[in-house]
Design a protein around this ligand. Structure first.
Ligand code: SAH
Ligand code: DHB
Ligand code: MG
Length: 217
């Protein structure tokens, strides 16, 4: 199996499962035009986030790492009336693109985009959040999990993206800060009795990676 085939399969799945979505297409196009990296969740992955939020009945969602707002749109669309989403982004250019994309997708009024390093904006937030999606700089993923625990309640769901990195997660002795961050995340999960978790490896248009899913007990 090669990347081309994974991408073709993602396209097939999206074609069967995901209706045409002009707002998301435009969000991706605007992100590309603005030079944003194409590291948004894929359409099937975004739909997974959306379904998790709906299955969970999430009314308050916290996202770390907005980029152009693609995952934000998927999650915001899952909110019931009165629901709220806060998303944290360090790069003002990314946040500006995201705000335009959220506006066009019709979810800007339920989303609060906070610009700054997440470790500085997280202390300004009041929980509890029903769902937290961790998808910012990978080096801080372990620290973000600690902060997420402070901002959630028993029953909350924490989801983290990019926890496999094509097997990079196995590199115990390397000095890639992103990998070290992911491993610190798993070390914390393993040591935290308040968390019941799993992880699924993902393949598709975004390569081989993974999502971790953690329930706060
Ligand atoms: N969740 C998005 C992708 C996020 S990419 C999606 O799936 O559509 C990761 C984002 O995290 C980038 O926009 C990057 O600028 C941002 N980021 C990096 N370091 C950060 C930090 N310290 N605080 C907040 N955001 C950060
Ligand atoms: C990177 C970040 C992501 O959120 C992602 O899904 C893929 C890659 C990155 O920073 O390299
Ligand atoms: Mg990601």
């Amino acid at each position: 199996m090669t990347q081309d085939r994974w991408t073709a399969i993602d396209r097939y799945l999206a074609d069967r499962l995901l209706p045409a979505d002009p707002a998301l297409d435009a969000a991706l196009a605007d992100g590309a035009a603005a030079g944003l990296p194409a590291i948004d969740v894929s359409p099937p992955q975004g739909k997974l986030l959306h379904l998790l939020a709906r299955i969970h009945g999430a009314r308050t969602i916290l996202e770390l790492g907005t980029l152009g707002g693609v995952s934000t749109i998927w999650l915001a669309r899952a909110l019931p009336a009165g629901g709220r989403l806060v998303t944290l982004e360090v790069d003002p250019r990314h946040a500006a693109v995201a705000r335009g994309n959220l506006e066009r997708a019709g979810v800007a009024d339920v989303v609060d985009v906070r610009v700054g390093p997440a470790l500085e904006t997280l202390p300004e937030l009041t929980g509890p959040f029903d769902l937290v999606f961790i998808d910012a700089d990978k080096r801080n993923t372990g620290e973000y999990l600690d902060r997420a625990l402070e901002l959630t309640r028993p029953g909350s769901l924490i989801v983290a993206d990019n926890v496999v990195r094509a097997g990079g997660v196995l590199d115990a002795d390397g000095d890639d800060p992103g990998i070290r961050g992911i491993r610190a995340f798993f070390d914390r999960v393993a040591a935290e009795p308040r968390l019941s978790g799993t992880a699924i490896q993902t393949v598709g248009s975004k390569g081989h990676d993974g999502f971790a899913l953690l329930l706060v007990e």
